[in-house]
Write a protein of this length. Sequence first.
Length: 352
Amino acid sequence: MRDLEVAFGEGAERLEVLRGIDLDVEHGHLTAVVGASGCGKTTLLRAIAGFVVPDAGAITIDGVPVAFPWATVPPEKRGVTLVPQEGALFPHLDVAGNVGFGLRRKQSRQRVSDLLNLVGLGGMEKRRPHELSGGQQQRVALARALAPEPRLVLLDEPFSALDAGLRESVRAEVRRVLRQAGTSAILVTHDQDEALSVADSVAVLADGKVAMHATPEQVYASPTDLGVARFIGQVVELPGEARGDEASTPLGTVRLAADTVRDGAGLSEAALPGTVTLRPEQIQIRPLGGEGVVGYVEERTYYGHDATVAVRLLGENGIPGPRVIVRTNGALPPEDEVRLAVTGTARFFPAP
């Protein structure tokens, strides 16, 4: 996609939804598109599918142009298939009929059998959709999307209707199937954990533009701006002043990531004010008699595998400072006094 623009309405009511989108999806890769409500991710999916004609820019699939403002290829001729939120299976057809819908009869039987084995539903050809679990229905929908051997599969929040336990297993299965099939795919989701765990790359949309597109590790550990840092995972924000490769914060002096300094955020010899960001797992709880900044626990949120605690830092003369989130496995009741220290490097974003 190059310089893709989509707007709705005319005159004073004109609303720009996509504003110069540039996005490349590598062949055989799964790219997750995430963003807050209203950022344009669903419109982007519809434009790729052919349901929305762009006002400017171009879309090409495997080097073949499929959309320009002056010409567009119909959805059914793009080599693109869609897996919707709730599968949308035909209730009057059995599993084999759903997967083979639209295929030529000669190729249908073997292709359906191969795909059902691929998604782990071999032997269920004669079952009706109402006889399947939610996860099985989604796998049938994926098999149906793969049946015509598309150049690109679009997944529109396909796991949102599943319960938490089933969602994790089904999305792992979908990732396995797509990789085994070697099919390129774009997943639209509001779930950041889903995007980070399933995708080969993550594109973060904000205000109709791609704010960042990189590997899950890069998006989480090295966000390009404060908006991306806030949207992906939990983030601890602290006021700070950068000087060289360090920044002073209410948690003490922290080292800045090399690329933060390289991009100019910390090169000035004078103190540069801005926001320092850390992830909760970078803040460690130390023994009270040791080194670190003193604070007290305000609240604890338990997740089962671990917990997070909100700690109010105490500045000079015991004056309450910023509140930070810390990840821990221990039991820390409210009002407990703790000492905190930072590990690893921080990100720094200069004040506007």
